[in-house]
Write a new protein. Structure first.
Ligand code: PXP
Length: 240
């Protein structure tokens, strides 16, 4: 069975729009788990634009499935991860100005640094996954630095518009997944996955063990919940 990691960053994005206490990603994690999530994923960004230190600390205590912390290799963030000890850390590249994670980690360019970060994380018992493009050289490098898993970046697949380009991206991801599995790396995937493109990906690539999906699930949660939210406020107003 493919595991679903639910990324709740954007629950915190809405909270931070007002810098208030709601909606609380901790509450969202609880409901996601009750609904069947196999894991909760959060990205503690260096600029703390959505998830913050308090969230990660509380989630570590309340998540009953698995807590997956997406993080850069910034030393302060690594220190926090080693203190909090999530079940899993997913190393991602991080740029200040980006809207979301752009591209996979360039492991080859930062091999020594990443290897040292992985040693630190593993010494705390943290399972380590690296977010990579479907690129065989990067996947080989993931093995060299002793990662447990690679999360294949599905963003280009998700953005592909024509049938030919969708097929090309799926073929590329399949080749990468097969290769990663053949060198004994666990294979995960994520980014840009939606209710429209996820089934096709899973049918094509049976090597995938885990998906991490955020924006699309949080978007649907808002729309599905809008009816109840408006009705309840309307009733409250009319009851006076
Ligand atoms: N996986 C990784 C490594 C990510 O950085 C993100 C975005 O935070 C996701 C999965 C989830 O992507 P999306 O929000 O597009 O579903």
């Amino acid at each position: 069975m493919v595991r679903l990691g639910v990324n709740i960053d954007h629950v915190a994005t809405i909270r931070q729009a007002r810098k208030t206490i709601e909606p609380d990603p901790v509450d969202a994690a609880l409901i996601a788990e009750i609904a069947g999530a196999d894991g909760i994923t959060v990205h503690l960004r260096e600029d703390r634009r959505h998830i913050n230190d308090r969230d990660v600390k509380i989630l570590k205590k309340t998540v009953k499935t698995r807590l997956n912390l997406e993080m850069s290799i910034n030393l302060l963030i690594v220190k926090i991860a080693c203190q909090i000890k999530p079940d899993q850390a997913t190393l991602v590249p991080e740029k200040r100005q980006e809207i979301t994670t752009e591209g996979g980690l360039d492991i080859i360019a930062k091999e020594k640094k990443i290897k040292n970060v992985i040693i630190k994380l593993k010494s705390k018992g943290i399972w380590v996954s690296l977010f990579v493009e479907a690129d065989l050289e990067q996947i080989k490098a993931a093995k060299r630095v002793n990662a447990d898993a690679v999360e294949l970046h599905t963003g280009t697949y998700a953005n592909a518009k024509t049938e030919i380009s969708v097929k090309r991206q799926l073929d590329r991801l399949l080749k990468a997944a097969k290769f990663a599995k053949s060198i004994e790396l666990h294979v995960y995937a994520g980014h840009g996955l939606t209710y429209q493109n996820t089934a096709k990906l899973l049918k094509k690539i049976p090597e995938i063990e885990e998906l991490n999906i955020g924006h699309s699930i949080v978007s649907r949660a808002i729309l599905k919940g809008m009816d109840e939210a408006v009705r309840t406020m309307k009733m409250l107003i009319q009851s006076i």
